[in-house]
Ligand binder design. Structure first.
Ligand code: GAP
Length: 446
């Protein structure tokens, strides 16, 4: 199973070709590092977010969901430390005018792009929060920020959620939503963008139990990535020795991207930093009273913070394979070997030819299967071509209506990874697809 040399280029091209992800505002020349998700991309994204929500919120009695506003009170960002601390040291090469984060360069003596020596400007602190104004008057008093993380919407609502949900510590609050950062060095397709989505969960615990819960969440998050179908040899847990201003312990879940091992998700023990700061700045108590022990304390927070877009990019990379097609060594097929549960389309439906009653039966099957799954009807081009298009879309099953179907209502169903085809009764397709999805393990076919 081979990956091409320039995998990022192939992934970018396939994403555009098949309608997963493409440049935003493309007809105007695009906006740097801003992307739109097309019909397949949005299905893949929704599937991942729904699995996360199910796992985090719906299956756990101790986690509640929330959807907080993107624009929050500006004092939130003072309390959180973002107004003072969310800056990057920016340097620019005076020769080629490329900009870099000073702390990411190994050698500050020479520009890595044009090779000019001693060409950098002095580092200048660059703020990463997007700033706007609330209301018609654009003045200092009306400054508002687009949130750079979803987490703060959870902290400030600790009591608003806990009380009506009748939760007791330990418990958590989860949120999926957009975040914005005016990154100096966006790039690598959707890896680092200025607008992105996060899946964050903040778990409130007694300080003495923080380490235990930190370990619990490390295990949970590993299991989640495994269940998404990731090849586990490509995932790594990296303990941080350099901690962010709010963290007491941190581990990054990293993925082996083609451009290097990089962060997918962070798990942090944030101590009582967040609630203490909001208590201090808002004047409202953030303490929790434990009725069982009669103890009053500010809970510690264990955070799991993942990027939706990074997860999607990693899934595309992980699933991408090029394989020899048949006996001809010059022919290859490109296939996205997604776990069927995240695949954007579950079943492709093809009439073998556009006559003899086959399209009618195929449309009938499409209408029936649509009640159960995302499906795609295709009657264009040779059957081989239609299979290849679905392979590139990561569709796990393709159903073909042929001459025999008109006689006995059976069809062939072909599995994407093994390309094995079996004949089944039309009525059995939903059950079969469901059973294979439930029992699927990487590279297992029909
Ligand atoms: N609340 C903690 C927090 O926001 P972070 O490590 O700054 O922590 C968490 O961000 C996750 O959000 C990252 O692991 C990454 O997946 C995603 N993320 C952060 N910045 C991003 C960007 N510019 N583009 C895409 N994803 C980003």
């Amino acid at each position: 199973m081979a990956k091409p040399k320039d995998l990022m280029k192939e992934i970018t091209a396939l994403s555009k070709r098949r309608g997963f992800i493409f440049q935003s505002s493309e007809i105007y020349g695009g906006v740097a590092s801003t992307y739109d998700y097309g019909p397949l991309g949005i299905e893949l994204k929704r599937n991942v977010k729904e699995l996360w929500w199910r796992e985090m919120v719906q299956l756990r009695p101790d986690i509640e969901g929330i959807d907080s506003a993107i624009i929050m009170h500006p004092h939130v960002w003072v309390a959180s430390g973002h107004v003072d601390e969310f800056v990057d040291p920016l340097i620019e090469c005076k020769q080629c005018h490329h900009r870099f984060k000073a702390d990411e360069l190994e050698n500050l003596e020479q520009c890595p792009d044009c090779g000019t020596k001693e060409s950098f400007t002095e580092p200048r602190l660059f703020h990463l929060m997007f700033q706007t104004f609330m209301g018609p008057i654009q003045s200092e008093d009306n400054i508002a920020y687009l949130r750079p993380e979803t987490a703060q919407g959870i902290y400030v609502n600790f009591e608003n959620v806990r009380t009506p949900a009748r939760q007791k510590v330990p418990f958590g609050i989860a949120q999926i939503g957009k975040a914005f950062r005016n990154e100096i060095t966006p790039g690598n397709f959707t890896f680092r963008t200025r607008e992105f989505e996060q899946m964050e969960m903040q778990f409130f615990v007694h300080p003495d139990e923080a380490q235990k819960w930190f370990e619990h969440w490390k295990d949970q998050r590993r299991a989640w990535y495994m269940a998404l179908g990731f090849k586990m040899e490509n995932l790594h847990f990296h303990d941080h020795d350099k901690l962010a201003h709010y963290a007491q312990a941190a581990v990054d879940i990293e993925y082996d991207f083609p451009f290097g091992r990089s962060e997918l998700e962070g798990i942090h023990n944030r101590g009582d930093f967040d609630l203490s700061r909001h208590q201090e700045h808002s004047g409202k108590s953030m303490e929790y009273f434990d009725p069982a022990t009669e103890e009053r304390y500010i809970p510690y927070i264990i955070e799991t913070s993942g990027g939706v877009d990074r997860c999607i990019l990693a899934l595309l990379i992980d699933a991408y394979e090029e394989e020899p097609e048949g006996d001809d060594p010059n022919k290859t097929r490109t296939v996205l070997k997604f776990h069927p549960k995240i695949a954007p389309v579950k079943v492709g439906i093809f009439p073998l030819v556009k006559r003899d009653g086959m399209p009618e039966i195929a449309r009938e099957i499409e209408a029936e299967l649509r009640k159960h799954f995302m499906v795609f009807y295709d009657d264009g081009g040779s059957i081989g071509r239609r299979y290849r298009r679905q392979d590139e879309a990561g569709t796990p099953f393709c159903v073909t209506v042929d001459g025999q179907t008109t006689e006995d209502r059976t069809v062939t169903i072909r599995e994407r990874d093994t390309m094995v085809q079996v004949r089944v009764n039309i009525d059995d397709i939903p059950k079969m697809v469901r059973e294979y999805t439930e029992n699927w393990e990487r590279n297992k076919g029909l």
